[in-house]
Structure formats: structure tokens, C-alpha cells
Design a protein around this ligand. Structure first.
Ligand code: SPV
Ligand code: MG
Length: 431
């Protein structure tokens, strides 16, 4: 008689005795087929796994209770169950409540079609991958691990969501904010170290008056208390001769991507209307910078990003494309195409063309002025990373100004109490 089949779906990023218990139970019922959740499937409801699909597969298929491993591409079991028609599905009884309740209902319904059975061993108490992961996060992250996370996110997520961080507190907001909205799990994937907000928080203009050493010292403070990847805005990188030192320092700190912009001369923020005095670098010279940066880094995972300012300077699409292809050939791992228009027309015309090029690389958008453009639209138009480049600073400035004004006018602080964090909350914000 043909041996029965028992199906078990697993993420299996961090294995513990709970998993083994499930697999052992399943193996007593028949041949165990593991539906191993793909990185993409996992990223729809929690952080991407530490180990990628291939690594997790190697571990699982070598467990003695397992007969076969197949990918499960969605959280929903139904497509795989329809395909395999297992006699049993085995899952810990913890999913009877909480977010997995619906998935469980669907499993029961589909199993009925071929008289399959759901077997639910008692959940192993006091052990869960999430708890182990929390402990790992508390211990921090190695620079190597942080550097590599951005590339993995690009491979797994439809779009990688980055928010500006100008100090440790803003880093912690990005690190910890999680929202479960209906079926969707939402979080920021990483941080943007912005030259604009790094300058403004120090009361200086965004013209490189704040030197790299100062910025890197702030950066290290952010990295001290976070684990998510960080993209560093390096302006134009300074002199060619200095670029390799900058890249090495940033890599050692754990930065995942360094963005160089193709402008020369005294730096002026790209969002100013008047760009008359701003000059763009020669393609040839900027390519040298990219190559220099590429040669300086040690890890394959650190991304060198070329930022194109053609649209900012009123040059057209063909100039932007010509530069993108040259920078990509010179070794850029991604292209940031900047714009200060109110709508995304020009950057979408760029992505349409560049994504057909044989030199195509992942595209980054910075929708500061075209903020009506949604992530869905960016995905549709072929962008892989979105950077919200200045929003936490822009949020805090009017709030602080308002409170300062009110105290001045009221000649006491009672009137602002309702608008600010209660003392009780602020003193215990950092545990
Ligand atoms: C920054 O945030 O510093 C940037 C983006 O470089 S922009 O301000 O638009 O130039
Ligand atoms: Mg900048």
C-alpha cells in the first residue's frame, strides 16, 4: 500500500525542539512533505528570515523525519495542498487563535475534499522562534550581517522602504515601528542618513559644512542601537583620492549602501528651485569615482549607488539614460534617479527606458516633491527602493517650534502639556 503523506509548512529560520516535535509527529503518520515558506512569502507577514531559502532547505531536508521539501510560495496553504492532496496536515495547536486562525479554517475546508485530516500537536511551551529572534536583536547585529541585509531585501520585497534617520532616537522609531493592517504587515526596512537632515540638525546648510567625520560619528550612534540596514548619502564623495577611505570607514561601520551624486563644486541641496550655479560632473570623471568606490570595498554585499542629477539640472531624459548606462557599466550596483518635479512623469519615463536597457540596475526613488506618488505606483513603474528622505526632521521641527512659542506666550509650560510626551512616558522610553 502506498505510504500516506503528511504535510507540514515551516519557515524554519531558527529551528527548535517545537519544530522537531511537529516533524516527528508527522513522520508517524506517513512520508513528511515540508512546504518551506519562501523568503517572499515570509516577508509578507514578518521580517525576512536570517537564512535564505536555499540555506533553510539544506537544513530541513537533512532532518531524518523529512522525506521531501517543496517551496510554499504563499502564506496560504491551499495551492500546495491542492497539488499534493496530503492525507494529513500537521500544525501546532497555537494557530487556533490569532492571525493564523483564518489560514487554519481554509486548510480544514480544503482537506475535506479528499477526506484529509488536520493533526494539531500541543504547542511546545516557552519556546518560539520570535522569542529567540528578540534575544538575537537585543544582542545586536554584526556589521557584515547588516551590510548584506539590503541586497537580500531587494531580492525578496516588492519595494524596500527607507526612512530618514538623523539620530539614535529616530533610528529607534524606524527599528521598532510595526503595524499589522488587515492582512498586511508593515514596517520600514531601513534608514537613510541624509546630508540635508544631518546638516540641519547641526544648524548648518546642506553644503558639506558638516564634514564626514562628524556625520560618521552620528551614524555610529544610530548603528549602536539599531539592526536595520542604512543607506548613506555621501554627497559627491569629495575628492577622488579620498573616496576609498570613506567607503572603507562606512563599510566597517556596517553601512549597506553608499550613494554618490554626480555633481561638482560647492554643494547645494537638489530641492532648491535655482540650480544655476550647480554643475554636473563629466561622465568620465564620475565613472572613475564609482570604480574607485567599488574597488575600495571588501564585501560583495555593500552597494555603491550612483545618483543622477540630470533632471534636477533641467537636462533631459537622454542625458539621464546616457549617464545611467555609463555609471552602471562602471560598476554602480543601483541607480538613484532624482527629481524635484511635483509629479513622477520624468522619473517614470526614465524607469521605463532604463529597465529595458542591458545595463539595468535596481532603481531608487526619492519622492520628496512628488509625494502623492504611492509605493504601488513606484513598484508598477519598476522601482525597487523608496527613500522618504527628510520626513522625521520635518515632523519634529514644527512641533518643537510650536511648543517653544506657546511656552513663551503663556509664560509657563502647563499649556503645552497635552501636546508633548508625558514625563512618565519619556523617562521610561528607553528601557
Ligand atoms: C538628502 O536627504 O540629503 C538628499 C536628498 O540628498 S535631497 O534633499 O532631495 O537632495
Ligand atoms: Mg543630500
Amino acid at each position: 500500500m502506498k505510504k500516506k503523506i503528511a504535510y507540514v509548512a515551516l519557515s524554519a529560520d531558527i529551528l527548535h525542539e517545537g519544530h522537531i516535535n511537529i516533524l516527528k509527529t508527522a513522520s508517524k503518520l506517513g512520508n513528511v512533505v515540508v512546504g518551506l515558506l519562501t523568503d517572499e512569502a515570509i516577508s509578507t507577514y514578518k521580517k525576512i528570515p536570517y537564512l535564505d531559502f536555499k540555506q533553510r532547505k539544506t537544513v530541513i531536508q537533512n532532518i531524518k523525519y523529512v522525506t521531501k521539501v517543496i517551496p510554499q510560495k504563499t502564506l496560504d496553504y491551499v495551492p500546495n495542498l491542492k497539488y499534493i492532496k496530503p492525507d494529513f496536515v500537521v500544525h501546532g495547536d497555537d494557530w487556533k487563535t490569532g492571525i493564523q486562525k483564518k489560514t487554519r479554517g481554509k486548510v480544514i475546508k480544503i482537506l475535506k475534499k479528499w477526506s484529509g485530516k488536520l493533526v494539531e500537536p500541543k504547542y511546545t511551551k516557552n519556546i518560539s522562534s520570535s522569542k529567540i529572534k528578540e534575544k538575537i536583536y537585543e544582542a545586536g547585529i554584526s556589521p557584515e550581517n547588516r551590510v548584506s541585509r539590503l541586497k537580500r531585501l531587494i531580492n525578496v520585497k516588492k519595494i524596500v522602504r527607507i526612512l530618514e534617520s538623523h539620530n539614535s532616537l529616530t533610528g529607534l522609531i524606524i527599528e521598532n515601528l510595526k503595524i499589522n493592517k488587515k492582512k498586511e504587515y508593515l514596517e520600514f526596512d531601513g534608514m537613510w542618513s541624509s546630508s540635508l537632515t544631518d546638516s540641519l540638525t547641526r544648524g548648518k546648510p546642506d553644503n558639506q559644512a558638516v564634514d564626514y567625520s562628524t556625520r560618521i560619528s552620528g551614524l555610529n550612534e544610530i548603528l549602536d542601537v539599531t539592526t536595520k540596514p542604512l543607506i548613506f548619502d555621501a554627497d559627491n564623495g569629495g575628492r577622488l583620492e579620498h573616496i576609498s577611505y570613506l567607503v572603507k570607514t562606512l563599510e566597517r561601520a556596517g553601512v549597506s549602501a553608499v550613494v554618490f551624486e554626480d555633481k561638482i563644486g560647492l554643494k547645494k541641496n537638489s530641492l532648491f528651485e535655482d540650480q544655476k550655479k550647480t554643475k554636473q560632473d563629466l561622465i568620465k570623471n564620475f565613472c572613475k569615482k564609482i570604480t574607485k568606490a567599488k574597488n575600495a570595498k571588501i564585501s560583495d554585499d555593500l552597494m555603491i549607488v550612483a545618483r543622477i542629477e540630470s533632471f534636477i539640472l533641467g537636462k533631459g531624459l537622454s542625458d539621464a539614460i546616457k549617464r545611467a548606462e555609463a555609471y552602471s557599466k562602471a560598476g554602480a550596483d543601483a541607480i538613484l534617479i532624482h527629481s524635484k518635479e511635483k509629479n513622477p512623469k520624468e522619473i517614470f519615463s526614465f524607469s521605463k527606458k532604463f529597465n529595458k536597457s542591458k545595463f539595468k540596475k535596481p532603481l531608487i526613488a526619492v519622492p520628496s516633491t512628488y509625494s502623492k506618488t504611492s509605493e504601488t505606483m513606484l513598484i508598477k513603474n519598476g522601482f525597487k527602493i523608496v527613500i522618504y528622505a527628510n520626513h522625521l526632521l520635518r515632523a519634529s521641527y514644527p512641533a518643537m517650534q510650536d511648543v517653544a512659542k506657546k511656552i513663551l506666550l503663556s509664560k509657563r509650560s502647563f499649556e503645552v502639556e497635552k501636546k508633548i510626551s508625558p514625563i512618565k512616558e519619556i523617562i521610561s522610553l528607553i528601557k
